[in-house]
Design a protein around this ligand. Structure first.
Ligand code: NAD
Length: 273
């Protein structure tokens, strides 16, 4: 039996920006596991040029698309199916951006035009990615669609700002669209809720180092890094996880189930010890 979990599978990977991006690691691992895929990002991100390197490394065509634009998404599916020679078996949505977070606007003083941008880019684009594929009938049966989330969707992390609301919506969209894609096309949809990870998007969050260090000290296994997230994505794209759908899957070294750890207790009690 082949140990290549994605042999013969065709996919689309959104969101590789540079070699720290979670999507970059997913592309490397998916390639190792025998998948063929197209890589996509905004025209602006492509102008940075680093994606060409990944395209060459994984032998993948690169197609520009703004994930908030239905026409560009439709063209992306059409071009991907043509380049790959068939329908799509997996999609990674690894996209997030908040102008409020980027420009350090407090949650109590949000710019609402920017909030709409946050929601459109970080959450509604997940719906658009699925709707474009659904309407084109672009998915093979048992295809797997994944989005990336963060635990601030369920619990408050000051500094994560309006991204928390976007992630809650993202997780809800996975359940809602997962129903229709499951029933009508046997396609599954999940989100992976990942540990704080050092990437361009991650380090843009105010207090990111605090989130990262706190999670590292609380999680029994420590923080999950981008490489291990990529391993999990490969499993979720593979046939080994074919009955898993409409779930938010924590990939966080146990953080989400831990109330307190000895290390945190020692830190809190330090003054009295
Ligand atoms: N880094 C973390 O700590 C962390 C933790 C949990 C979840 N996540 C999530 O993982 C995903 C990937 O983030 P990352 O940490 O790899 O950072 P990243 O900055 O490398 O990736 C974000 C990507 O979104 C793309 N993007 C922005 N606007 C877009 C648009 N309109 N259309 C298409 N693409 C667009 C960017 O070009 C970039 O490639 C995001 O959803 C992020 O919220 C990250």
């Amino acid at each position: 039996m082949s140990t290549k979990l994605l042999e013969g599978k065709k996919g689309i990977i959104f969101g590789a920006l540079d070699n720290r991006s979670i999507a970059w690691k997913v592309a490397e691992k998916a390639h190792e596991h025998g998948a063929q895929f197209t890589l996509t990002n905004t025209a602006m991100a492509l102008r940075m040029g680093t994606l060409n390197e990944l395209g060459e490394q994984t032998n993948s065509p690169i197609i520009a698309a703004d994930a908030t634009d239905m026409d560009e998404l439709t063209a992306l599916y059409q071009q991907s199916m043509e380049a790959l020679g068939g329908k799509i078996d997996f999609v990674l949505h690894s996209i997030g951006m908040s102008p409020n977070v980027r420009k350090k606007r407090a949650y109590t003083d949000l710019n609402y035009a920017w909030l709409q941008k946050t929601m459109d880019i970080s959450a509604l684009s997940f719906h658009k990615v699925m709707q474009a594929g659904y309407q084109l009938d672009a998915f093979n049966e048992w295809a797997s669609v994944l989005g990336l989330s963060y635990i601030a969707a369920q619990r408050t992390f000051p500094g994560y700002g309006d991204m928390a609301d976007a992630k809650s919506t993202l997780e809800s969209i996975a359940r809602s669209f997962g129903y229709y894609l499951g029933k009508e096309k046997k396609v599954r949809v999940n989100t992976i809720s990942q540990s704080p990870t050092i990437t361009s998007a991650g380090s843009g969050i105010k207090g990111f180092d605090g989130f990262f260090n706190y999670a590292e000290k609380l999680s029994p296994l420590g923080n999950a890094d981008a490489d291990s997230c990529a391993d999990y994505c490969v499993v979720m794209f593979s046939d080994l996880s074919r009955m898993v759908t409409m779930q938010n899957l924590f990939h966080d070294g146990g953080f989400s189930s831990t109330g307190v750890s000895d290390v945190i207790m020692d830190l809190v009690m330090g003054d009295q010890g």
